[in-house]
Ligand binder design. Structure first.
Ligand code: NAP
Length: 298
């Protein structure tokens, strides 16, 4: 199933939240002719004015009911902690046969928050594109963001197959590879591949910031020696990441425990001068980097 200018995959696609992810997806949908029109809502008029000025959507309104009423697909693109409230607010206005999907970085909590408000006759297809930058807001969006990246869908046992297939077709058409997995598995995988690395980056940059003023100058001056990569990750949106940690608590705490144990082992190797242990560990991890480059995810 693909979309084309003559036979778009969807009539109207509505975005609730039009920041980095929503704007990028709307631009990609428009570029590939996957919808007759895209519309958006957000809390602030300023956000919507920017989205309209940059040609990201055809229409925008702070009125949720008006925005979703005619939508065949509603993409929820807000911080994960707001998903339940968004679903509750839009539920009475969704048309029968509509599909609701999302892009949240956490799946179990989002599903638990949204599902109780899902109206009869509307399909929920939870999803998460594994693509992003440290920037936020509609002005950060770009149509190529999802190309050659994974998008994970976590449909529920009762999610209609055709709804899952239409959402998958949209992600494939914007250049993504699509995988499906259960939400618990998604949250465990992302805890180690995304959430823990962000926590580590926030910690390192915080530690450096707490050092004395002189040292801080030098931290910036010599940042290319490794610190710079952490500062990019630690510049990510504070609200989005607050919500990720609050909503994927168990999986994050579990990997954090293992990470702490491994860190302690390396700490001991350094203290005892066990060069072999360090070298063995660093050789093993170098191979992982090669694997990522080979998989074209670098
Ligand atoms: P963003 O750039 O900060 O955009 C968030 C959008 O949601 C804005 O348009 C904001 O506009 C709106 N919004 C915020 N709270 C809202 C609420 N309570 N009700 C309605 N609209 C609200 O964030 P993003 O980076 O696009 O992230 C959106 C989602 O994508 C998050 O769930 C995140 O976990 C997921 N995600 C992010 C990345 C990434 O790298 N950034 C990658 C993959 C997935 P107003 O402030 O005007 O309301």
């Amino acid at each position: 199933m693909t979309g084309s200018a003559e036979t778009p995959l969807f009539g109207t696609v509505a975005f609730v939240g039009i920041g980095l992810i929503g704007a990028s997806l709307s631009l990609a949908i428009r570029r590939h002719g996957l919808a007759a029109r895209t519309v958006a809502t957000a809390r602030r008029q300023e956000t919507l004015d920017t989205a309209l000025r940059l040609g990201i959507v055809d229409a925008a309104s702070t009125d949720m009911a008006e925005t979703v009423a005619d939508a065949d697909l509603v993409m929820v693109c807000v911080p994960v902690g707001a998903s339940g409230a968004v679903m509750r607010a839009m539920a009475p206005h969704l048309k029968p046969g509509a599909i609701v999907s999302d892009v949240g970085s956490v799946k179990c909590a989002v599903i638990a928050d949204m599902l109780p408000h899902l109206p009869e006759g509307v399909a929920l297809v939870p999803g998460h594109p594994l693509a992003g930058t440290e920037f936020s807001g509609p002005e950060a969006g770009f149509a190529e963001l999802f190309e050659q990246r994974w998008c994970v869908l976590t449909p529920l046992p009762h999610t209609p197959k055709d709804a899952v297939e239409r959402v998958a077709a949209m992600w494939r058409a914007v250049g993504s590879n699509v995988d499906t997995m259960d939400p618990e598995h998604h949250d465990r995988v992302l805890a180690i591949t995304s959430h823990l690395p962000h926590l580590i980056a926030y910690t390192i940059v915080g530690t450096a910031t707490d050092l004395g003023a002189d040292l801080k100058q030098e931290v910036i001056k010599y940042s290319a020696s490794g610190f710079r990569d952490f500062t990019r990750i630690a510049a990510s949106d504070p609200v989005m990441w607050r919500d990720v940690f609050l909503n994927n608590k168990e999986a994050v705490l579990e990997v954090l425990q293992r990470f702490t144990e491994d860190l302690t082992a390396l700490q001991r190797a350094i203290r005892r001068g066990e060069g072999d242990t360090l070298e063995r560990h660093f050789t093993r991890t170098r191979a992982i980097r090669r694997g990522i480059i080979d998989a074209k995810q670098a």
